[in-house]
Design a protein around this ligand. Structure first.
Ligand code: HEM
Length: 184
């Protein structure tokens, strides 16, 4: 294997850490609003927080398209030979589900907002063109879907972080560094 194949490309690394920061920030803001704020008590503040959640989270839609293209054209480094076939399989399934969450959460989030009669704004600059109008039947499906998927994604990201720490601290292999460094 060539040295360069042990590391993700710089572009893949930048996309990974940028999207991780956006995803975790959006997740924390959504969780805060959904579980700690109410319109009755917090009034307009809850609206402001949800608007912030949307303006940050919608950027994932654009970044994930670039990310999937980049991943397809630039294969990931191989996992360490020391990993068992079962652990490698689990890692691949985990990564696949993380990509699915990067697609499913912004999509269900936008459908949630549109079907409730609200916009899907991007970085306070523009709105994603509405693909559905106010629709209580759709809202009854996509609202719980967005919430349950967000909890599943939270567990998935927590597992992903713990696995990366285990690779670095216990297994002492190159997995975490492959997403941080470039070959000398
Ligand atoms: C990476 C993308 C996203 C993540 C990780 C995410 C995560 C979350 C989380 C954790 C919650 C709280 C769930 C709960 O109540 O326990 C939430 C709620 C919500 N999300 Fe998202 N979301 C994303 C994208 C979006 C998008 C793109 C929109 C709309 C444009 C959106 C609209 C909403 C709305 C309206 C709520 C309800 C907030 C409330 O009731 O206070 N989300 N989201």
């Amino acid at each position: 294997m060539s040295t360069s194949a042990q590391y993700y490309t710089r572009t893949a690394q930048v996309l990974h850490w940028l999207m991780a920061a956006i995803f975790i920030t959006a997740w924390l803001i959504g969780f805060y609003s959904g579980n700690f704020l109410s319109y009755e008590v917090d009034g307009g503040f809850k609206g402001t927080v949800i608007t912030l959640h949307k303006n940050i989270a919608t950027t994932i839609i654009f970044l994930v398209v670039i990310r999937i293209f980049w991943r397809y054209t630039h294969p990931a480094p191989k996992l360490p030979a020391t990993m068992s076939p079962m652990m490698k399989g689990l890692a691949h399934i985990g990564h696949l589900f993380l990509y699915l969450m990067l697609l499913a959460l912004p999509i269900t989030g936008c459908l949630f907002s549109w079907s409730a009669g609200h916009p899907a704004p991007v970085l306070y600059l523009f709105e994603i063109p509405r693909l559905v109008q106010d629709n209580p039947d759709l809202l009854a499906i996509v609202k719980p879907l967005h919430i349950y998927l967000s909890w599943f994604a939270g567990l998935l990201v927590a597992g992903h972080i713990l696995a990366a720490i285990k690779h670095h601290v216990i297994d002492k292999d190159n997995v975490l560094l492959s997403m941080l460094r470039q070959p000398k």
